[in-house]
Ligand binder design. Sequence first.
Ligand code: GAP
Length: 490
Amino acid sequence: MIALEQFHTFLKKKGFIYPSSEIYGGVSGLYDYGHLGTLLKRNLENTWRNFFLNLDQNYYEIDACQIMHHDVFKASGHIEHFLDPVLNCSKCAFFDRADHFLAENTEEQHLEGLNLKKYDSLIKSHKLKCPKCKSPFQQTKLINMMFPINLGTGQSNTAYLRPETAQSPYVDFKLQYELQRKKLPLGLAIIGKAFRNEISPRNLTLRQREFTQAELQIFFNPENFPTNFKKVENYKLNILLVKDRKTKKTKSLACKSLKKQLPEWYLYHLATVQKFFLETLKIPKEKFRLFELNKEERAFYNKFHFDIEVELNNLGFTEIGGLHYRTDHDLSGHQEVSKQSLEIMDEHNKKFIPHVLEISLGVDRMLYSLLDLAYQENKKRGNVILSLPKKLSPFFCAVFPLVKNKPAITKKAQKVYQDLKTCYSCFYDQTSSVGRRYARADEVGIPYIITVDFDTLKDNKVTIRDLKTTKQTRVKISELKDKLFKLYFS
Ligand code: GAP
């Protein structure tokens, strides 16, 4: 297994991810995506759109401001509750998030959301001191994680950078509900930036201060949320329930066996999310789990909360997203603070506030886990292979002339490339030996390489090399696009 730092260096060297503002020394928790990282991110976002927006005809994507009104976060509870526990050294400038510091320095687990006194007593019982100057810590404090900003010149015009994309669909709900002919369930999705003043950003893009979320808010009537449960009742979830935590063993449980604990509509969406990870993102089943959070650990707005986790090299099971039943917490809050009615009528003319089921995924964390699991050192081939799902690969194909110093071949290769580029994300390379080029393409996960060789000039055929098997197939140029189309969907 590659060491974490080496892996991060690889991601930088290949143009996936690197520190932002690096010529000034970088800023903790801020990263840029390079040319390959950006292509991969766009493919991932479009894959997410394809999957989640197609779950229902009444699901739509919206695009909303990243700066939002102060009162949005008063209503949502973020001003009061979106707090993290900080440990400060009593002498030097060292600080860290209390739960992270304890997790890294003790065997304690699941430390999120504890009472402040509990953190202090754990620090005391484990005799923990400042790692820099060995002084004792101050009492644990809470700090709000949102970034306030002043609009214009007035102090009173404080707004916030949104800490989650979710609040825009909530404040836009009534308008969108009316535009969508007053139909529930209604899904409003956003793929966009969120901002959090993380106390201890770490692990590249896994914990940043500016990151991208892909979130779908499903508004529904709590008395009637129809889903096709029959379709998933025998589907087995990889799940770790609170009651099974001591054994640490993920169970494989059919949805129908969990009906006593969770409503059908929630189980249906747990199955949907798992299918997205296993079937679309091709995460191996044993590296995926749905992790139930208990009352203390759940986000302040949730009634049911399962984290969606992937087991990463070096880092173990890591939260990538969550399935959140937020009840009417947000809409009721916005109704109260904005003094605008957010109630709607059911079919019996009874007023109610819709409830929300949120499918929340971190794009950066999904992307990191794809790269982490795709990285393979292939001893036989003597190089690295990035084995990404082919629809997600930054480039789906590449065109190589066998040699670079034969104008007839390079000209033909350029022609093939220009033509393929109109349909596929395609890369062209004629530098160094063809063997080196294959190896470089393997390292960035290009599934298919088209090589134009001497025979091409006679028979108008090219070879297609498969990244995973290295097998080469000869195809007529006139049939190349169709062949690649079939490979794309195979
Ligand atoms: N709207 C619900 C919400 O924001 P969350 O659990 O706080 O819930 C959802 O965040 C997802 O956003 C996380 O599971 C993670 O993938 C991503 N995320 C949260 N904070 C992040 C950070 N600092 N850096 C990168 N991704 C983050």
